[in-house]
Design a binder for this molecule. Structure first.
Ligand SMILES: [Zn+2]
Ligand SMILES: [Zn+2]
Length: 147
């Protein structure tokens, strides 16, 4: 596990958005859903859970709702994929590639694996979750964390 004080820094490609965030875990997700494939231009989305995010350049951030619950944030200048979060809730995941320092981080799970493209091999040590499993997890989270 990452230490509670594991605060890391990152930025978008153009530097209009810089941030620091606490990493409560040192494992991150690969999301193979079709939305993430389109959003990243190939995918998967590399998404690490973050807490206590401090952002400089908030004005540069644009958001897009591709689904009923999710919000995708990107830099309005350079288009960098910044983060995915549940609309109006605390759950948030940052793109791992934004971090200046990715040391010690590993792939913990792959999600929406039924949408993984044929050209991309599975991460053999990572937990594997289907779309149906993720939809069930989302419903459970929404019920446990009402707005
Ligand atoms: Zn930018
Ligand atoms: Zn996805």
């Amino acid at each position: 596990m990452a230490k509670p004080e594991d605060r890391r820094h990152g930025r978008c490609l153009c530097g209009a958005v810089t941030f620091s965030a606490l990493l409560p875990e040192d494992q991150f997700q690969l999301c193979h859903c079709k939305q993430c494939q389109r959003w990243t231009g190939g995918g998967p989305l590399t998404a690490i859970r973050v807490k206590d995010v401090e952002v400089v350049g908030q004005d540069a951030i644009r958001t897009f709702h591709a689904s009923a619950h999710g919000e995708r944030a990107f830099c309005g200048t350079c288009g960098t994929t910044l983060f995915w979060r549940l609309q109006g809730r605390s759950m948030a995941f940052l793109s791992v590639g934004l971090l200046d320092d990715q040391s010690g981080l590993t792939v913990g799970e792959e999600i929406f694996v039924d949408h993984r493209p044929d050209w991309l091999p599975a991460w053999s040590d990572a937990k594997q979750h289907s779309e149906a499993e993720m939809q069930a997890q989302l419903q459970a989270f929404l019920e446990a964390n009402p707005k």
